[in-house]
Design a protein around this ligand. Sequence first.
Ligand SMILES: *Cc1c(COP(=O)(O)O)cnc(C)c1O
Ligand SMILES: [Zn+2]
Length: 435
Amino acid sequence: MFLASLRCTICAASYEPAPGRYVCGVCGDAGTLDARYDYAAVGGVLTPETLAADPERSMWRYRPLLPVESGAAVSALGVGWTPLIEAERLARRWGVGRLWIKDEGRQPTASLKDRASAVALARAAQEGAETVTTASTGNAAAALAGLAAGTGQNAVIFVPESAPEAKVAQLLAYGAFVMLVEGTYDDAFRLCQETVGRFGWYNRNTGINPYVGEGKKTAALEIAEQLGWEAPDAVFVSVGDGSIIGGVHKGFRDALALGWIDRMPRIYGVQAAGSSYLAEAWQKGEDVVTKPPVSAATAADSISADLPRDRVKAMAAVVETGGAWVVVEDEAILEMIPSVAADSGVFPEPAAAAAFAGLAEVAGGSQGGGAGVGESDRVVVISTGSGLKDIRGVMRGIDRIGAAPLPVRPGTDSLDPLEIYTRMEQWIGNLRKQT
Ligand SMILES: *Cc1c(COP(=O)(O)O)cnc(C)c1O
Ligand SMILES: [Zn+2]
């Protein structure tokens, strides 16, 4: 293992990666720690050439860059190495040079969170903990439950009762012990944090566990490798707690430090208008260490957060790469689901659709204050979770664009060509008028 130390993202204090060490002893829960590696040693065993020759088609192909012992057992469910899909029609629609979608809906439990939970479970095993707990808006929990079912570890989950049914169904089917909290994600988070101290469970909570972002960074390493180690110009990421965007930043920084890419992409963080703590802080120049929580409400449940738990890393991702924070309305998010699905074949859940809505905003030039994107840019959108996670949200988007199936009687006389062609044209027109 090439993990060297853990460094506080606020005060830069350095810690041993010992069992029970989660956050900075001085800064408390805001002091999320960043895992530091011995890059010279990593570079001695892992290179673009060794990777090209490696048949491992999962996130574990980057194991020397992960905080897990080289021989340790890890999830066998095939986490990572999701496809990077070129979307030419969407690129034309938004006037960008080239556009790729990193489809994280194709993970074992259907969201990017599998990358984080896979690392947390491996760390828990390494530290001798049998039970792992997390609070979640739904996907981190489903990921922990599903991967723990695979390895035979125990998962205890705290989710808000508003979590979409499909996500709760996943938790129960995977055999996790579930506490449905009558409150928000932030309420669930506080309860879960309390149990860690009282019951001694391993803590996977976002922004607290220093290793979950390490798992998420493998999405960026894969993007760089799948593009032949030529960094994209811009990457769009939807943001709730800020852990994915922080992880994506870390992955590209690792690749840059190792000389695998020669520049960083601009990273764009996209938030829902009803949950825009980070975008607001950026616009007003506020300090995220002291800024009080907002009161979050959005149809994109996976990015609803009163106080983004990984806010320090998230802000650094945008500021240090010259990207921007973008705010999108729920209507635009929901309408984007069928519009992206029909023009690419990738099916995003509401939170994932937010990243596309953010790209549409920036490409349309309607949000100032940051760098735009245009015809010379190679752009990646991370589609963080599958539309099957939240069918109710998807149907709201479909209703909004005026799409509905044509009811037909079983007799063949109901196949009137004029009516059918008229309805088909209307249908296609509805999809195409989306921006
Ligand atoms: C968790 C999640 C996000 C946001 O990630 P954060 O780390 O909370 O910012 C976005 N989309 C989906 C589908 C998610 O599950
Ligand atoms: Zn600190």
